[in-house]
Ligand binder design. Structure first.
Ligand code: GLP
Length: 245
């Protein structure tokens, strides 16, 4: 586009307009995954915008995760994320699911400890009103890519020390004989709010999947109440359906 044409595109600050054009290019495939962006100077020349404006637009795309910068080699359009197929028929943990695919997992801890329970936690976990709850909140990553923000609450006697969770909650529960054996899972569409969107490397308000799991011990007791917000573009959930005899 010529400098004049740039200015004719929809209103708003110039860096926003440039960002939107680049986003459009990524979406249309004009800038395919892994392709390199021209240097800032070149974009500034083509568009007639200042280098500061170009830098600002690119920085926004970096923050959103659409562009990655590699030291010394410039800016690239992010790799297309392969969608993972996740079966809905088995009670598996995030770590097991990823291990199964040969993917390394990692977590960024957002919060963990012992807290006064919310009304919802009291109800779902069947806690005494004056009791406490163990909470672990983390950003779950696989293959270095953010996948889900997970907030889990458990009764204290099932998870007495939230700090003891290393990578896998279920592995730790298994060690103490309280690995859940059954769960009810609910999947809902969400627009990711700012905090989770930022953690997941997407723009605020984009589509995500919220998965709520209430899992049970062999005895029938509730072991876990977890809400996970998944990137909408990272997963396909698959269930096998059979005709009822
Ligand atoms: C999945 C479930 C969560 C469960 C978690 C345990 O992500 N949705 O409800 O808490 O697995 O995973 P891990 O054992 O890797 O901590």
């Amino acid at each position: 586009l010529s400098p004049d044409e740039w200015l004719e595109t929809s209103g708003g600050p110039r860096y926003v307009r440039l960002r939107q054009r680049l986003e459009q290019g990524i979406e249309d495939g004009v800038l395919p995954p892994n392709s390199s962006l021209p240097p800032e100077r070149e974009i500034a020349d083509i568009t007639g915008l200042s280098r500061a404006t170009v830098r600002k637009a690119i920085q926004e795309l970096v923050k959103q995760g659409a562009i990655v910068q590699r030291q010394g080699s410039g800016s690239f359009v992010r790799d297309a994320a392969p969608r993972l197929e996740q079966s809905l028929s088995h009670l598996t943990s995030f770590t097991e699911d990823m291990r199964h695919r040969g993917m390394e997992t990692s977590s960024k801890w957002l919060e963990r400890g012992v807290f006064l329970p919310s009304t919802e936690e009291i109800e779902v976990l069947g806690l005494p009103a004056d009791g406490q709850v163990a909470r672990i909140c983390r950003l779950r990553e696989a293959g270095g890519r953010p996948m889900a923000v997970e907030r889990a609450s458990l009764p204290l006697d099932i998870l007495p020390n939230p700090l003891a969770v290393r990578e896998s909650l279920y592995d730790l529960l298994g060690e103490s004989g309280s690995r859940p054996v059954r769960a009810i899972q609910k999947i809902s569409a969400v627009n990711l709010a700012e905090e989770d969107a930022t953690l997941l490397g997407v723009a605020e308000g984009v589509a995500g999947l919220s998965i709520q799991r209430i899992s049970y011990l062999e005895s029938g007791r509730v072991a876990e109440f977890t809400r996970s917000n998944y990137r909408g573009d990272a997963y396909d959930f698959v269930a096998e359906l059979r005709l009822t005899p």
